[in-house]
Design a protein around this ligand. Structure first.
Ligand SMILES: *[C@@H]1O[C@H](CO)[C@@H](O)[C@H](O)[C@H]1NC(C)=O
Ligand SMILES: *[C@@H]1O[C@H](CO)[C@@H](O)[C@H](O)[C@H]1NC(C)=O
Ligand SMILES: *[C@@H]1O[C@H](CO)[C@@H](O)[C@H](O)[C@H]1NC(C)=O
Ligand SMILES: *[C@@H]1O[C@H](CO)[C@@H](O)[C@H](O)[C@H]1NC(C)=O
Ligand SMILES: *[C@@H]1O[C@H](CO)[C@@H](O)[C@H](O)[C@H]1NC(C)=O
Ligand SMILES: *[C@@H]1O[C@H](CO)[C@@H](O)[C@H](O)[C@H]1NC(C)=O
Ligand SMILES: *[C@@H]1O[C@H](CO)[C@@H](O)[C@H](O)[C@H]1NC(C)=O
Ligand SMILES: *[C@@H]1O[C@H](CO)[C@@H](O)[C@H](O)[C@H]1NC(C)=O
Ligand SMILES: *[C@@H]1O[C@H](CO)[C@@H](O)[C@H](O)[C@H]1NC(C)=O
Length: 835
């Protein structure tokens, strides 16, 4: 029995993580599809030779070394009449080119680019894009034709801008740029320095929401570009920046562009360091596998190492092994076909990106970091590693170390990846040192092997100071970020549940509270601001835990019992939220189903319209595993069992506020007593799980039967509900009457000790009916003496009937519906009368 409980808790937890992970992955995929892929396609058009051929790429010093100045100064042809909007004051002589460039003005006015009397970019330009960031046109300085145009959303991210500036354009190419909306947030330092090599001196000064325009040329000295910058100042946006006039090209002396050398070694040039049998493995690898040793080094004085098939091809002095990322590409079984070293601490990631984009199908790639590799590692490179099977590259931070064996074309995640995080301060991470046999074809894992989002320093700090949080502080979890899961279903956005306060009434166990908070955080759409955790002032430690989750904690004055604390906490939450008409209440030691809020959201309209419903409780005392109920069904009941519920303010004020001691001072499973005018809603299958209770209690048999048996808790994050429309009082009773009158009667049940297999088999082997009723004899209303003995026949809670509605006990089992109906129940009477 214990094992079963543990399994449930375990599944419950990992289900939540899995779910959060699906969303994480979905967000990544959407990001890649919308931003990265669309830009990549633009760059990959056929004319793009620089980016496509390896040779031209890596050995290029820039292609336009010999510029024909004569040709540049030849007469320029242009239409005699400028396009509309391109008129300027000056009249340009034949050797000069007229231009007019205006940036956007706030969000209202779009930018405009005129060049050589042609309107190249404006609000409605066809074939040239206009948008947020930098609107960019490159022009062939010989023909003055547009060579390339693009809008770089440098508000968000800009790795392709950098690449265009660096590799796509040739020396002396003219660039024209005009900002729109915001262009600095995502603009990288590397691009800013490159623009200085296009002649700009103002670009460094451009700040958030300033405006900027420029005409420059590749290879021009700083300060020689034509440019203008307009500060935002006190306004929302800078005023439009504008330049216009006549100019001659080149704008100044063109110095051919030089790119820092990239260390790529290919066949014939790959040197081999020391050799070691099987790369140090004690045994030989299987056929179709090869031995690998990877080592990240202890600190910057150590060295990175990669051994493939018995030979070190990366180490100090071998193939330039060093700071940043060291990469070995393996093909044709176990042949090293290329190595690369990219100092992603010092240099931008352009060369790395190109290296990764041009990998041949199916090659194996082995990557080892050394010293520091994260500083200039671009998001696009990380996405490329993601495609090669990495699950953790997104997490790489300052001085963290990382190892990946990936494969081009892998489906899912590589089983050969490891990351180790640096300590706080500037200390190095403990090195990764691994020897393994790598198969020639990697089998991708469908599920992220280790779904750790980032390094979570706050959580690490918390865990270093407190004990007793189990899994929460384990190596596998310590870096998980505690981030609420967003609401993906937009139709629910306005549902009042997502703005309803959530009160957690914490008990004594910190770790139970921690688990409860974890399941609250994974409710899609939960708003941290709404979550209040009421803690007794004696427990300061909980306060830190709660702030780690981003929830509010509310200190409640010292109480001598949990129910005293309960009463004060409930009173407090209504005070804090004096304008709210309902509140979600979570008691101690609960875990919530992933659909807890979602199901409440689906029921919130019924709750609003039917004021006879005092609360929606999400726990069902009869929801045992053996009964195998239905996730789709919600019932009305007369009694309130709590353990996670939505409470109506008017119900609280009428029945609890001033009479808490009378109605509610017992634990809720000892039954709270209210006047009989209210009903409650309750699911067939529980949406909360109460951790098993231990210890000697007065009524321990009762409690153990209730909690310490295998219970069923829903794990489906979006279960459909089938009977929402029939829950309002009048309809519900009509539906009950209908169902009961057509149900098949189960006759004469004897008292049972356990589930009645004979009856079960009968039911399963018939194909007439899926609804059954059993009529139990009553002398008067509320008389359940003849119902109690048959409860175990169905596997229901056996000590007394719980979950009755007007003397009818309703449940679902293996898709069959059951109604245990009291002979004096008004509903039964109304059926008897009419037949
Ligand atoms: C690149 O330029 C350097 C010096 O400027 C020269 O030595 C080298 O040969 C050039 N490489 C190519 C491929 O043009
Ligand atoms: C601008 O670029 C797009 C694709 O990037 C291209 O289809 C279009 O022809 C270009 N416009 C001009 C004027 O070159
Ligand atoms: C400019 O265009 C001419 C004619 O199409 C072409 O020969 C030349 O290579 C181009 N120059 C550059 C730098 O693209
Ligand atoms: C979104 O929620 C609504 C209920 O408001 C439900 O009917 C719909 O099926 C949900 N959509 C998705 C995609 O889950
Ligand atoms: C809390 O209250 C109890 C009595 O209700 C008292 O004995 C105890 O000293 C109090 N503790 C604190 C920290 O105030
Ligand atoms: C409420 O209970 C009292 C007795 O406890 C009973 O007389 C009365 O009829 C009940 N009211 C309803 C609406 O069931
Ligand atoms: C134990 O039960 C008896 C009677 O059922 C009751 O009088 C007593 O108060 C209970 N004790 C506790 C600690 O609940
Ligand atoms: C179930 O239905 C089939 C025909 O659909 C019939 O032959 C069979 O006898 C039925 N079984 C029972 C137990 O009614
Ligand atoms: C539980 O009920 C479902 C239908 O709701 C059925 O498919 C499943 O087989 C049942 N499980 C067991 C163990 O009977």
């Amino acid at each position: 029995m214990k094992r079963a409980k543990r399994t449930l808790v375990k599944n419950f937890g990992s289900m939540g993580n899995f779910f959060a992970m699906i969303i994480l992955v979905a967000v990544t995929v959407i990001f890649i599809n919308t931003y990265v892929l669309s830009k990549r396609n633009l760059l990959d058009d056929g004319s793009d030779t620089n980016l496509r051929t390896d040779e031209g790429l890596y050995n290029s010093n820039g292609t336009g070394n010999s510029i024909d100045l004569q040709q540049l100064q030849k007469q320029i042809t242009r239409s005699p009449v400028p396009d509309a909007g391109c008129e300027i004051k000056e009249k340009c002589s034949d050797k000069y080119v007229p231009y007019k460039v205006i940036s956007g003005d706030g969000l209202d006015k779009f930018p405009m680019i005129c060049f050589n009397n042609k309107l190249l970019l404006h609000k409605n330009s066809k074939g040239v894009q206009v948008g947020r960031g930098l609107n960019f046109i490159a022009i062939n300085s010989t023909t003055l034709e547009v060579k390339y145009n693009e809008t770089f959303d440098t508000y968000l991210e800009e790795s392709f801008f950098l690449r265009v500036l660096k590799l796509k354009l040739s020396d002396s190419d003219i660039i024209i740029m005009a900002s729109f909306d915001e262009m600095t947030s995502g603009l990288k330092e590397a691009s800013v320095s490159l623009l200085e090599q296009y002649g700009s001196q103002l670009i460094k000064k451009v700040k958030y929401r300033d405006s900027f325009v420029m005409i420059g040329q590749k290879g021009l000295a700083r300060g020689k570009a034509i440019e203008s910058h307009s500060r935002k100042g006190n306004r929302d946006y800078g005023a439009a920046a504008e330049i216009s006039g006549c100019t001659k090209f080149p704008l100044g002396q063109i110095t051919p562009f030089t790119l820092p050398p990239v260390e790529i070694y290919k066949e014939g040039k790959i040197s081999v360091g020391s050799s070691i049998e099987n790369c140090g493995l004690p045994h030989t690898c299987k056929e179709n596998e090869f031995p690998v040793h990877v080592y990240t080094g202890k600190d910057n004085n150590d060295e990175p190492k990669i051994c493939v098939d018995g030979k070190y091809v990366i180490s100090k002095g071998v193939n330039d092994g060093g700071r940043g990322l060291n990469i070995v590409v393996v093909s044709n079984g176990k042949e090293v076909i290329r190595t690369g070293h990219f100092d992603t601490w010092n240099d931008d990631s352009t060369n790395l990106e190109i290296f990764l984009e041009n990998l041949e199908e199916n090659v194996i790639i082995i990557v080892v970091t050394f010293d520091e590799a994260s500083k200039k590692l671009s998001q696009h490179s990380k996405n490329l590693f993601f495609d090669l099977g990495s699950a953790t590259i997104q997490n790489l931070k300052y001085r963290d170390v990382w190892v990946l064996v990936g494969q081009k074309g892998i489906q899912g995640f590589s089983p050969y990846e490891e990351i180790s995080y640096a300590g706080t301060g500037f200390s190095y991470a403990s090195p990764i040192d691994k020897r393994m046999c790598v198969p020639q074809t990697l089998k991708g894992l469908k599920i992220r092997p280790d779904p750790i989002p980032y390094r979570n320093d706050k959580r690490r700090d918390f865990c270093s100071r407190y004990d007793g949080y189990g899994d929460f502080c384990s190596d596998a979890n310590i870096d998980k970020h505690l981030i609420a899961v967003p609401l993906l279903n937009k139709t629910l956005e306005d549902n009042p549940i997502y703005s309803t306060p959530v009160l957690i009434i914490a008990g004594i166990s910190h770790d139970a509270l921690r688990m409860c908070l974890e399941t609250i955080l994974m409710q899609p759409g939960i708003n941290n601001e709404n979550v209040i955790v009421a803690i007794d002032e004696k427990f300061a430690e909980s306060h830190e835990l709660i702030s780690l989750f981003g929830f509010k904690s509310e200190k409640i004055s010292n109480s001598s019992s949990y129910m005293e604390h309960y009463e004060k906490a409930l009173k407090k939450v209504w005070e804090i939220h004096s304008n709210k008409d309902k509140v979600v209440v979570i008691e101690e030691d609960l875990l919530l189903s992933p659909d807890f809020l979602y199901t409440l959201a689906l029921l919130s309209e019924t709750f609003r319209k039917d004021e006879t419903i005092g609360a929606i409780q999400m726990w069902n005392p009869n929801s045992y595993d053996i009964i195998n109920g239905s996730i789709e069904l919600i019932y009305r009941v007369d009694q309130f069992y709590g353990l996670g519920y939505l409470l109506r303010r008017s119900f609280y004020e009428k029945n609890m506020k001033d009479s808490f001691k009378e109605c509610c001072s017992k634990r809720v499973w000892d039954k709270w007593k209210f006047p009989n005018t209210s009903s409650f809603l309750m699911p067939d299958i529980s949406r909360t799980f109460r951790r098993p209770l231990h210890g000697n209690r007065n009524n321990s048999e009762y409690i153990e039967t209730l909690f310490n048996q295998k219970r069923r808790t829903n794990l489906n994050p979006f279960p459909p509900l089938s009977n929402i429309d029939t829950l309002r009082k009048d309809k519900y009773e009509a539906t009950l009457i209908n169902a009961i009158s057509s149900a098949t009667l189960l006759k004469s049940l004897e008292k049972c000790d356990t589930i009645n297999n004979y009856m079960h088999n009968l039911i399963q082997n018939q194909n007439i009916s899926n609804t059954f009723k059993y009529i139990y004899e009553q002398k008067s209303l509320n008389d359940v003496r003849s119902l109690t003995p048959v409860l175990p026949c169905f596997g229901l809670f056996s000590v007394e009937p719980l979950g009755l509605y007007h003397d009818i006990l309703r449940f679902s089992s293996n898709t069959y519906n059951f109604y245990l109906v009291g002979s004096q129940s008004p509903i039964h009477k109304s059926i008897s009368k009419s037949t």
